[in-house]
Ligand binder design. Structure first.
Ligand SMILES: Cc1cc2nc3c(=O)[nH]c(=O)nc-3n(C[C@H](O)[C@H](O)[C@H](O)COP(=O)(O)O)c2cc1C
Length: 410
C-alpha cells in the first residue's frame, strides 16, 4: 500500500486569502452594477423583467399569435455555422461600413419601435443620443412618443430616418412627411407589412393600453416596479406624439388609423412628395423585392416586423440569399427579426445584407437601464462581432462573405 504524501500545512494568512476573495462592500457611486454585470443581450432581457411591469415587458418581448415567426427566426440563427480561416493577422478589426452612402461605425440600424418612452422615460431622445454617439442610424416610429421635430431639436447631430405608415387620411400622411423633412430626417422608411394589425395575444391578455393603467389584475405586478411608476408619473405624459390624447387599447389604434388598401401606387405618390431616399420595410418575397427595385427605391428591409404582425411568416435570414441574388446590385438590403447577438449580425452580413436592424435588443437594454442599458447593448453586440470576426480570420465587414458562414440544416 502506498504511504500517504506528507503535506506541510500552515495557518491561512490574510495576505494570501485577500486577493482570492471575489466580494467587496457595496459601493454607492450611482453605477448600476446589475447592468454592468450583463454580458449578453439575454442578460439584458432578464434584467428587464425585474425593472418594468409585466405588461410593458410583454409588449416588447411578445409577438403575434403563437409567436412562431419569432421563434423560427431565433432557431435559424442558432443554426449558423462559421467557417473560419486561420493564420491571418487579425490584431486589428474594422467594424464600420457604409449605409446609404454615409459611414456607420457598425452595420447596425436602430429599428423603429413604437411607444418607446413606456419602456424607459428617456425614450426616443435618449436612445437616439446613444445611437449618435456611436455614429449609427436611429429610426423614429410614427407610433413613437416623441415627434419628428422634438427628436430633431434634441439630437440635431443624429443620423435619423422617419418610419411611416400610409394612413387612411392621406393629408395626415402628407403632413407627417413634411414634418420629417422639416426636422432634418435623411430618409423615409415605409412599413408595408401591416395593412391590418396582427393579433398579439400577450397584449390582449394583459389589457395593455397607452398609457398603461393600473387595474386589479396588474396591481400586484405594478406595485413591485415602483421606480418605473415613479418615472412615468414624474415625467411628461406618455402619449403618441402623432396623435396626442389617444388613450385606447393598443389593439384598437391600428384598426383606427392603418389603411388596408395601400398599394404600390401609394408608394409612387410617397416618393413624389418626399423627394429623398426611401426604404421599404416588411418585404417577405423575391417578387416584391424585384418590383421595388424596378420602382427605384433605395433600400428594402427583409422583415416580418419581428413576428409581431403575421405569424408563421418567412424567416428573413433564409430569404436573404435569394433576394441578394435577384436585386442586391440595385439597392441596399437590410434584414431584421430575432437578432440577439453580434454573431447573428455577422451571419446576416455574410449572407449579403448591407446592414441589420435591431429592435428588441436595444429595448431590452432601455428597460434594463435606460441610456446606459442601450449603451451596454451596443457594447455587447460590437464586442461579439469583433471577437467573431477575429476568430473567423476576417478584419473588415466587406470581407465577411458567404465563404465564412453556412446554415446547418438540422
Ligand atoms: C416594441 C416594438 C415596437 C415596434 N414598433 C414598430 C413601429 O412602430 N413601426 C415599425 O415599422 N416597426 C415596429 N417594430 C418592428 C421593428 O421595427 C423591427 O422590425 C423588429 O423589432 C425586429 O425584430 P427584433 O425586435 O427581434 O430585432 C416594433 C418592434 C417592437 C419590438
Amino acid at each position: 500500500m502506498m504511504s500517504p504524501m506528507k503535506v506541510q500545512r500552515q495557518f491561512p494568512r490574510w495576505k494570501t486569502v485577500k486577493p482570492l476573495l471575489g466580494w467587496h462592500l457595496p459601493r454607492f457611486d450611482g453605477v448600476d452594477r446589475k447592468l454592468q454585470r450583463c454580458i449578453t443581450i439575454q442578460d439584458l432581457r432578464t434584467l428587464a423583467t425585474h425593472r418594468v411591469p409585466k405588461a410593458v415587458y410583454d409588449y416588447v418581448d411578445g409577438a403575434a399569435n403563437e409567436e412562431i415567426s419569432l421563434g423560427r427566426a431565433r432557431e435559424t440563427f442558432s443554426r449558423i455555422e462559421f467557417r473560419p480561416r486561420v493564420l491571418r493577422d487579425v490584431s486589428s478589426v474594422d467594424l464600420s461600413t457604409t449605409i446609404l452612402g454615409r459611414s456607420s461605425d457598425l452595420p447596425i440600424i436602430f429599428a423603429p419601435t413604437g411607444y418607446t418612452r413606456m419602456m424607459h422615460y428617456s425614450g426616443e431622445i435618449g436612445i437616439a443620443t446613444v445611437a449618435t454617439q456611436h455614429n449609427l442610424v436611429y429610426s423614429l416610429s410614427t407610433m413613437g412618443t416623441t415627434s419628428a421635430q422634438e427628436l430633431g431639436d434634441a439630437v440635431s447631430q443624429s443620423r435619423r430616418w422617419f418610419q411611416l405608415y400610409v394612413w387612411r387620411d392621406r393629408e395626415q400622411t402628407r403632413s407627417f412627411v413634411a414634418q420629417a423633412k422639416d426636422a432634418g430626417f435623411e430618409a423615409l422608411i415605409l412599413t408595408v407589412d401591416t395593412p391590418v394589425a396582427g393579433q398579439r395575444n400577450r397584449d390582449i391578455r394583459n389589457g395593455l393600453t397607452v398609457p398603461p393603467k393600473i387595474n386589479s389584475k396588474t396591481f400586484f405586478n405594478m406595485a413591485t416596479k415602483m421606480k418605473w411608476w415613479f418615472n412615468v408619473l414624474t415625467t411628461p405624459a406618455l402619449e403618441f406624439a402623432t396623435f396626442r390624447q389617444f388613450t385606447r387599447p393598443l389593439s384598437e389604434i391600428a384598426a383606427t388609423f392603418f389603411d388596408a388598401s395601400v398599394t404600390f401606387e401609394d408608394l409612387a405618390w410617397l416618393k413624389s412628395i418626399w423627394g429623398g431616399p426611401i426604404i421599404v420595410k416588411g418585404i417577405q418575397s423575391v417578387a416584391d423585392a424585384k418590383m421595388l427595385a424596378k420602382m427605384g427605391v433605395d433600400a428594402i428591409v427583409l422583415s416580418n416586423h419581428g413576428g409581431r404582425q403575421l405569424d408563421c411568416g418567412v424567416v428573413p435570414l433564409e430569404l436573404l440569399p435569394e433576394v441578394v441574388a435577384a436585386v442586391g446590385k440595385k439597392m441596399e438590403i437590410y434584414i431584421d427579426g430575432g437578432v440577439m447577438s453580434g454573431k447573428d449580425i455577422l451571419a446576416a452580413i455574410g449572407f449579403g445584407a448591407d446592414a441589420v436592424l435591431i429592435g428588441r435588443a436595444y429595448l431590452y437594454g432601455a428597460m434594463a437601464g435606460g441610456m446606459a442599458g442601450v449603451e451596454k447593448c451596443i457594447e455587447i453586440l460590437a464586442q461579439e462581432m469583433k471577437t467573431t470576426m477575429q476568430l473567423t480570420g476576417v478584419t473588415s465587414i466587406a470581407e465577411f462573405t458567404s465563404e465564412y458562414v453556412n446554415l446547418r440544416q438540422n
